[in-house]
Design a protein around this ligand. Structure first.
Ligand SMILES: C[S@@+](CC[C@H](N)C(=O)[O-])C[C@H]1O[C@@H](n2cnc3c(N)ncnc32)[C@H](O)[C@@H]1O
Length: 286
């Protein structure tokens, strides 16, 4: 590509509109260099000379959309990211939930699971809990909009920073649930048997007949504007049981928004069922 073939203002504006349409993500015009850098390999793969031609391709070829989404999403994640959440989950949520729901299967949704580290962190803690509490069952669903992230998550092979960090922070779990393979380490089948991954765009409600007891929606709201944050939070609510918890990331603040979630602990919300009942009553009275 030549220097002149850079991202001009009109193409940039059109790409930003498409990013918002397909993912809900808000990107500022100031991020044009970042966008150029992310899209450049795809232009090269398609032998296109400039970003305008790429835009035309994107507009007429629906099969290009998943590639575009893969490139414009930010997929950073880690095992056991934000330690306080894992303390809450293992020491508080799991014992309490089990006492209140004997014999039931705990249903967990990681709603922007990226390459799967969050899902397998949850799975390790559930597997440990299962060793202590006989009869404890769990199912974890990981969803994401990025197909390439879902593929990585499904394979469950990791290398680099992500692995170094978990090896250091959780040596016993690392020893127990990972084994060396070519190119990195692989998550054990013991964890994988209770985990599944599927594509899902948070801009719509999840098509799942069964509702969840806890939803991890971490480090994704930050990419949306308030309108889309509200939409995503309302969509997620449809998939939660009345007593379910919602766990958000450190950078996701929802307290200022008009939602049915009420803060229980830092980063942990529950549904305000009084509001739900009020609305039902109002609906019934109308
Ligand atoms: C920064 S990662 C967060 C991963 C993990 N939850 C964590 O906290 O470590 C954000 C993820 O949100 C996904 N994402 C962005 N927009 C989405 C949308 N509209 N629907 C579903 N996933 C989306 C991205 O593909 C990315 O994998």
């Amino acid at each position: 590509m030549t220097q002149e073939a850079g991202l001009n203002a009109a193409t940039l504006a059109a790409l930003i509109v498409l990013i918002r349409k397909h993912t809900g993500i808000s990107i500022s015009e100031k991020k044009s260099i970042l966008l150029e850098r992310r899209l450049r390999p795809r232009l090269q793969a398609l032998a296109l000379d400039n970003y305008h031609d790429y835009l035309s391709r994107l507009e007429r070829d629906v099969n290009e959309v998943p590639y575009f989404i893969d490139m414009v999403t930010t997929n950073d994640t880690l095992f056991f990211r934000t330690p306080q959440i894992w303390k809450f989950f293992a020491a508080q949520f799991l014992p309490q939930w089990t006492r209140q729901h004997p014999g039931e299967c705990l249903r967990i949704w990681s709603a922007a699971s990226a390459s799967g580290e969050e899902v397998y962190s949850i799975a390790m803690l559930c597997a440990e809990f299962q060793r202590l509490i006989k009869g404890f069952h769990y199912q974890i669903l990981g969803t994401d909009i990025s197909q390439s992230m879902l593929a990585t998550a499904t394979v469950g092979v990791y290398a680099g920073r992500s692995v170094e960090r978990v090896k250091e922070s959780h040596p016993q779990l690392f020893q127990k649930y990972f084994s060396a393979v070519a190119g990195g380490v692989k998550v054990s089948d013991e964890l994988k048997q209770f985990v599944s991954f599927s594509p899902h765009n948070l801009l719509s409600s999840l098509r799942s007949a069964k509702k969840f007891d806890i939803v991890f929606l971490r480090n994704v709201l930050i990419y949306f504007d308030v309108e889309h944050q509200q939409k995503v939070l309302a969509n997620v609510l449809h998939s939660m049981k009345p007593q379910a918890r919602l766990v958000v990331g450190e950078s996701d603040s929802i307290g200022h928004m008009n939602t049915r979630y009420q803060l229980e602990l830092p980063l942990v919300y529950r549904i305000n069922n009084d509001m739900l009942n009020d609305e039902h009553l109002q609906g019934a009275a109308a």
